[in-house]
Design a protein around this ligand. Structure first.
Ligand SMILES: NC(=O)c1ccc[n+]([C@@H]2O[C@H](COP(=O)([O-])OP(=O)(O)OC[C@H]3O[C@@H](n4cnc5c(N)ncnc54)[C@H](OP(=O)(O)O)[C@@H]3O)[C@@H](O)[C@H]2O)c1
Length: 342
């Protein structure tokens, strides 16, 4: 018997907030072109908190299986499937339909764990194009850390940012996206500055290859510190996961002709806290980034294999500890990725 969790309205909860509800369910049956995957590992992203809190329009009202990220083994294939066979190890794609080329708004209608069912289930079904082969050097648990955070960092730095060896990158905080940005950029020969509210986390970031670190508790004006650390030039790339509350400083930390990848909403969904004019004065590229396509995922996996990169893993929880896993994410005490196995 299969199982899944669904996000459902929480009785007596705050407006819009949802809860996780377990339910047994039938094994999925593959249609033509589909595969069924026995999921053995998943990872959490900040987005999953937004879904649980009902802060995302796509989860409003509930009813969806959460979590975009998961990996496992093919257990059944539908008619016409030639790319995968039973026993193959695969990892899910965030967007079911974004195969290659530019983004299309229609892809929003099938974003795993948001507008369509995600990976918090025993087995899942989907078209072949919604999965990629798992890199041979990674376990399922490690591969489950790729679909959202890693691909977002890859897209920002390599697909849109054209990162070059010797360039500098600023990664805000030590969460999933930023630690992937640290690893990917360092492997490509770039120098990465990491910020954090925690001195202890910054020590760990250095051990993972950070060139410089900035403790934002010590340096509330962290942009000025980054400016000094770069010889008053600024960084070539900013991994902007903070959003409206950090964009002002990011615009002061970026070099002339640099690149800001606008990714996150950790400080909310409001208007930026500063004038956008520095973008003009510095001839800066500002790119909105939303995860990435299957083709990007495939290119990233080739890079991960070539450099034998593995995710920065924080805590691992079992499926039965799913509430604790969400609570640990919400606490903000993690560095890198939180996983859920079983
Ligand atoms: N656009 C996309 O495709 C995309 C994809 C993935 C994620 N995102 C977004 O990117 C953001 C990060 O996601 P994630 O999954 O990597 O998160 P995460 O793993 O939960 O990491 C967040 C980390 O950022 C730091 N942080 C928290 N609040 C902050 C703030 N107000 N300003 C600056 N740093 C802050 C903290 O690190 P320290 O404790 O070290 O300070 C925290 O641990 C989220 O907003 C998420 O929704 C967007």
């Amino acid at each position: 018997m299969n199982w899944r969790y669904k996000l459902q309205p929480a009785p007596g909860g705050s407006t819009g907030s949802l809860q996780l509800v377990y339910e047994p369910c039938p094994e999925p049956v593959p249609g033509p072109g589909d595969i069924v995957v026995g999921v053995s590992a998943r990872s959490l992203n900040y987005r999953d908190l937004l879904m649980l809190r009902g802060q995302s329009a796509s989860s409003a009202g509930g009813g969806v299986v959460p979590l975009s990220d998961g990996a496992g083994t093919v257990v059944a294939v539908g008619d016409g499937v030639t790319e995968f066979a039973v026993g193959d190890r695969v990892t899910g794609c965030f967007f079911r339909d974004w195969q290659d080329g530019p983004f299309d708004l229609a892809y929003h209608s099938a974003a795993r764990g948001g507008s369509c069912d995600g990976m918090l289930a025993g087995s899942v079904v989907g078209p072949v194009g919604a999965f990629v082969p798992t890199p041979a050097h990674l376990s399922d648990e490690e591969a489950a850390c790729l679909p959202c955070a890693a691909l977002t960092a890859w897209h920002a730095l390599f697909e849109r940012g054209d990162l070059q060896p010797g360039q500098s990158v600023l990664a805000l905080g030590t969460g999933g996206v930023s630690m992937w940005a640290l690893q990917l950029a360092t492997a490509a020969g770039a120098r990465v500055i990491v910020t954090s509210r925690s001195a202890e986390k910054l020590e760990r970031a250095r051990a993972w290859g950070a060139w410089e670190t900035v403790d934002t508790a010590e340096w509330p004006d962290w942009a000025a510190r980054v400016w000094d650390l770069t010889g008053k030039r600024g960084v070539d790339h900013v991994i902007e996961v903070g959003g409206p509350g950090t964009l002002g400083q990011s615009m002061r930390a970026v070099a002339a002709g640099g690149h800001i990848a606008l990714i996150g909403v950790l400080s909310g969904f409001g208007a930026p806290d500063a004038s956008l004019f520095p973008l003009v004065a510095r001839n800066v590229d500002l790119h909105g980034i939303y995860v990435g396509s299957r083709a990007m995922f495939t290119r990233m996996n080739a890079f991960l294999a070539a450099h034998q990169l593995r995710p920065v893993m924080d805590r691992s929880f079992s499926v039965g500890e799913i509430e604790e896993a969400y609570a640990w994410l919400e606490s903000g005490r993690h560095l890198g990725k939180i996983t859920v196995t079983g």
